[in-house]
Design a protein around this ligand. Structure first.
Ligand code: EPZ
Length: 440
């Protein structure tokens, strides 16, 4: 079983280049099958979730050409959109974004039969808003036995849809289905995350007519069909935020390249509250920290608020500050599973309801840890890099789902991290083995 071995204590220094946004890529790859013409997509992050979705898309008959590590050409012409179409394989059940295939297939073929989505266990994560949206457009949706969603319609008609809760997934899925519906659809109380805008921009390059993405009212005027296109995905806001928190926790000096500073505002302002220096340039951000840092308060909110996907990483950095920080999670009900692992490193964290009270400590100490989900895994890596001594982190498959070449990027910044699946190598690392010997 692969795990990270990390020797903490190095202040990270240098440049890191951010990859394409995972949560935009997942919506865009699903949308790409909505035309029978070829679509070329660039800056696709090389992470397990995008590879899984591409496999699922191939499994239903689309052709996928892997032009290079970050560029694919997709053609949906080979998909047989009849009632025989079923998206199900062991992979698709693992990723949340499989639900985007419902909106894409329902929009294009007026029929979709997809296994219920999986994804990180950070809360109940129902899809009732997605279903309500599809039904309002005129579809019949059935949660069939065996954990499948079957949606069908003779036609989809534009409608007014109000989302009771701000949902990224429901906003994108309804946008997909409404793109090829008849007439106008209005999505109110829509999510405003950068990836929503990126998916809408991609659909518009294929000939869709979507306005207002990035605001809480999105207007979609249905079109008869979509055409081929070329598109490049935006940088990953959360990967960038993760490296910013890492630079601060290790008291480093890092230039984060290929970012959109506007997307980072909520994260940058919290790091500045802690006493870090954050300097913005056109497409990169320098983050520096040294010495004592201050405690602060963080509450997760939909964009442009502080992203829930940065909550754990921020908590890890706040463990090494002066004072008591409060971290409140308002989006998901089970997103503090990393707390017990940080406590093993000597962190002092008290959980009360959906708030973690973090008493800053002068140091953390390396330990054997287990990741419980994608962002929790990233948080443990940050804590281990800032700690004294050696840590090992298991279940890194979670991290590989959403971070491209995470260990290699950290090593390029001077972090002492390897991936190993052998106990003897871990022991050697603990005894001070250098990291030059590295797995591809
Ligand atoms: C997306 O998940 C992201 N995943 C998550 O990132 C992210 O944490 C989340 O948005 C919030 O920003 C992808 O993009 C693949 P939601 P999603 O629908 O769409 C409730 C990561 O680490 N809700 O915005 O599942 C829901 O329970 C992942 O990259 C309903 O009640 O999130 C939650 O409390 C983890 N009914 C809230 O809305 C619904 O039908 C927000 O969820 C849908 C959602």
């Amino acid at each position: 079983m692969e795990r990270y071995a990390i020797r903490g204590g190095n202040a990270l220094e240098g440049d890191v280049v951010i990859s394409g946004a995972k949560n935009a890529a997942l919506g865009i790859l699903a949308a790409a099958i909505m035309t029978d013409e070829e679509v070329v997509i660039e800056n696709v992050p090389f992470v397990n979730d995008t590879r899984t979705l591409l496999k699922a898309i191939e499994n239903i008959g689309a052709t996928v050409r892997y032009i290079d590590r970050h560029k694919v050409a997709i053609c949906g012409a080979g998909i047989k959109g009849d009632e025989g179409l079923a998206v199900d394989d062991e992979y698709i059940r693992k990723i949340r974004a499989s639900y985007y295939l419902i909106g894409a297939l329902l929009g294009k073929y007026k029929y979709a039969n997809v296994a219920l989505p999986g994804g990180c266990d950070i809360g109940a994560r129902p899809i009732d808003l997605h279903i309500k949206g599809f039904e309002t457009l005129g579809a019949e949706v059935d949660i069939a036995s065996g954990g499948r969603v079957e949606a069908k319609a003779t036609e989809l008609k534009g409608a007014h849809i109000y989302l009771d809760t701000v949902s990224v997934g429901a906003t994108i899925n309804i946008m997909l289905a409404a793109t090829l519906a008849e007439g106008k659809t209005t999505i109110e109380n829509a999510a405003k995350e950068p990836h929503i805008v990126d998916v809408a921009n991609f659909l518009n390059t294929m000939g869709a007519n979507i306005k207002g993405a990035g605001t809480d009212v999105i207007r979609v005027r249905g079109v008869a069909r979509l055409h081929g296109a070329e598109y490049s995905i935006i940088p990953d806001q959360i990967e960038a935020g993760t490296f910013m928190a890492m630079a601060v926790a290790t008291r480093g000096n890092v230039l984060i390249r290929n970012v959109i500073p506007k997307h980072m505002e909520a994260i940058s302002s919290k790091l500045v509250d802690m006493g870090a220096r954050v300097i913005e340039y056109d497409d990169c951000i320098r983050v520096m920290a040294d010495g004592a840092l201050r405690a602060t308060q963080v509450k997760t909110l939909p964009y442009p608020g502080f992203p829930t996907d940065m909550q754990a990483q921020m908590a890890a950095a706040l463990c090494l500050t002066d004072g008591i920080s409060m971290v409140t999670e308002s989006i998901f009900e089970n997103r503090f599973r990393y707390v017990s692992e940080l406590t093993r490193m000597g962190a002092r964290i008290q959980l009360k309801g959906n708030t973690a009270f973090i008493t800053g400590m002068p140091k953390l100490t390396g330990a054997s840890l287990v990741a419980s989900d994608l962002r929790a895994g990233a948080a443990l890596v940050i804590a281990a890099l800032a700690a004294e001594g050696v840590s090992s982190i298991e279940s890194i498959n979670y991290v590989k789902r959403g971070y491209e070449d995470f260990d290699a990027k950290i090593r390029a910044l001077g972090g002492d991290i390897i991936i190993t699946d052998s106990d003897s190598e871990l022991e050697a690392f603990k005894r001070g083995m250098s990291v030059v010997k590295q797995k591809a």
